[in-house]
Design a protein around this ligand. Structure first.
Ligand code: ARG
Length: 587
């Protein structure tokens, strides 16, 4: 059980003893670490209800808690705050119990599907996909660490009008290709297009689509034909998918992001028609101006929620159709308690429509479907991040940009050729910089992508935390070199305030992970790991680790250091960030 839970129980019990409803009791870390470790303001709330004096109530609670040997001091401050200091012995015993088994709880295990990444076939990955991938991966890892069963699904954008656009464009350019002939059924195995061809073709086809109404018609028809099974189109489309997936896999692997399922919108194709038929039969889906829709507006809506369109007049199906059919598929295959969509906040109306449609259709309660939306990644001008030329910044170029910054910060000379080890170090630092830079801001806010800030070794950055971890590791290795054995049973001694402060920080971890997961907010975990790194740094400054004369002090400090290292390692791993072996400046 977490320290905070233990403390809450102690306080709740005391409040119950004086006849106060314990649900009023909230215990938090102290705002004044100089005065206390934890505090509770329940007396003020209780006073309102009991119509009595808060200080008097707090005094009665103090009398009860004074008997608890786990507290070295209980005080009443100000209007009725109850402040407690924990005994060193209690802190040490809590630290003994701090391991992953205690953090996860088997009873509360949930089945969770996380839908993130969501790249679109034939389009390069950009910073928006970076956010989805990085946040989704962190939520997945944290949930798994807490003992939940999690399945990650990339949900490729592989089935909409963009596919028809590409096909129509190619048909105009290469009318003699076998894919466009009615009587050919055997198609080449090799793709006629490379990734680069696709990436070049896409924007051209998109402009063509925007500017030419006749072409729009062609693209729409090609989309509908593709969806209805035109074999030549399908063969061509398969090439798009294969070529794109290879590239996407590489990009996401570079970010330490991986998926259990590589399904896409197209995987719902066989279930879409039966779904629409069934929903129409039940009267849930209705015809409206030639289209089939589900009305999802609610009389209490404060904004307009338009119907979810399942099928357009021309027979084409939509983004929402495949999302609804995917929900059915997921329920059938995995019976999830929750499906979490880590997708740009600007799609919130879409998810409102889809979730309501799913509930109205009786598939799943909408409170089990969650849109964990995120804000945009902006450039220094506050507008969505672009390349210098104003184009969309590709994920790969973004990583290269960060690597260049890392190389600059480390101080490698311009003509230096990186060894493999150096290249790996640079890569890990660059990825940490990008990911921590992203994850450390609240996902609902926009943030400014600042590679020079993100790679700094000081401040709230990924590299700072990696640096702290590497430093602790080198202390532990030094101990080994000096044949100093230490173990995780060594008695913990708190002589210096910095030792105690570090210990208390470490004890917050279970609560932090729980809060971060429940709110689907990785920045909560980022704050914590940053403060552990800071607490270690203060400890390191005021507490020599390997030099004290007293060997039990060495043992205690080594154990504390090793706990700090392990916690940073786990916390970073949950964020999808690795620790390099070395973090030396170039010498
Ligand atoms: N492909 C979409 C996009 O780039 C994101 C997909 C999100 N997931 C979903 N189930 N709709 O905007």
């Amino acid at each position: 059980m977490s320290l905070l839970k233990n403390l809450s129980l102690k306080f709740k019990d005391a409040f119950e003893q004086i006849g106060v409803d314990s649900s009023l009791v909230i215990v938090t870390t102290s705002d004044r670490p100089d005065l206390s470790d934890y505090q509770c303001n329940g007396a003020m709330k209780a006073a309102g209800i009991l119509k009595s004096n808060p200080r008097e109530i707090a005094g009665r609670i103090k009398t009860i808690l004074d008997n608890d040997i786990d507290f070295s001091e209980v005080r009443v401050d100000g209007p009725g705050f109850i402040n407690v200091r924990l005994s060193d012995k209690y802190i040490a015993s809590q630290l003994d119990g701090l391991n992953s088994k205690n953090i996860s709880s088997k009873e509360a295990q949930q089945e969770i599907i996380i839908d993130y990444g969501g790249p679109n076939v034939a389009k390069p990955l950009h910073v928006g996909h970076l956010r989805s991938a990085v946040i989704g991966e962190a939520i997945k890892r944290t949930a798994r660490y807490l003992g939940h069963n999690v399945i990650s699904d990339i949900h490729l954008g592989d089935w909409g009008t963009p596919m028809g656009m590409l096909i129509a464009e190619l048909q105009e350019r290469h009318p003699t290709w076998p894919y466009f002939s009615e009587d050919i059924t055997d198609f080449p195995k090799e793709s006629p297009l490379t990734v680069h061809d696709l990436m070049e073709l896409y924007p051209q086809a998109a402009t063509h689509f925007k500017e030419d109404i006749a072409f729009q018609e062609k693209a729409r028809k090609a989309t509908a034909d593709l969806q209805q099974g035109n074999i030549g189109y399908r063969a061509l489309w398969n090439h798009f998918i294969k070529t794109s997936i290879t590239e996407v896999k590489e990009d996401f692997a570079a970010l330490n992001v991986s998926f259990d399922l590589w399904l896409g919108e197209s995987d719902t194709n066989d279930s879409v028609e039966p779904m629409i038929k069934e929903l129409t039969k039940r009267g849930i889906a209705t015809k409206s101006q030639g289209a089939v829709v589900i009305n999802v507006a609610d009389s209490e809506d404060s904004y307009e929620v338009p119907p979810l369109i399942l099928m357009k007049q021309d027979g084409g199906i939509m983004y929402g159709t495949t999302d609804l059919a995917t929900i059915i598929q997921r329920i059938k295959d995995y019976k999830p308690d929750h499906i979490i969509y880590v997708v740009d906040q600007r799609q919130s109306l879409h998810f409102t429509q889809v979730f309501r449609a799913a509930e109205k259709s009786g598939y799943i309660d909408s409170d089990r479907l969650e849109h964990a939306g995120f804000g945009t990644v902006n450039g220094p001008n506050g507008k969505p991040f672009k390349t210098r030329e104003g184009g969309i910044m590709r994920l790969r170029d973004l990583i290269e940009l960060a690597k260049t910054e890392v190389i600059k910060t480390i101080g490698f000379p311009d003509d230096h050729e990186l060894t493999d080890d150096e290249a790996e170090m640079v890569n890990k630092i660059a990825i940490a910089a990008i990911k921590f830079g992203d994850l450390s801001s609240n996902r609902q806010s926009d943030y400014i992508f600042q590679p020079t800030e993100f790679v700094k070794m000081e401040g709230k950055t990924g590299p700072y935390i990696q640096y702290a971890a590497v430093r602790i590791k080198s202390v532990l290795e030094k101990a080994k070199d000096q044949d100093i054995e230490y173990n995780d049973k060594a008695e913990l001694i708190f002589n210096e305030p910095a030792e105690r402060a570090l210990a208390l920080k470490l004890l917050e971890f279970p609560t932090v992970l729980q809060n971060s997961f429940e709110a689907r907010m990785p920045h909560i975990a980022c704050e914590h790991v940053f403060s552990v790194a800071q607490a270690f740094s203060s400890f390191y400054q005021s507490c020599p680790i390997l030099t004290p004369l007293d060997s039990s002090l060495i043992q205690s400090r080594l154990r504390l250091s090793s706990m700090a290292f392990k916690q940073i390692e786990v916390a970073l791993d949950n964020l999808g960030i690795e620790i390099p072996n070395k973090m030396l400046r170039f010498e």
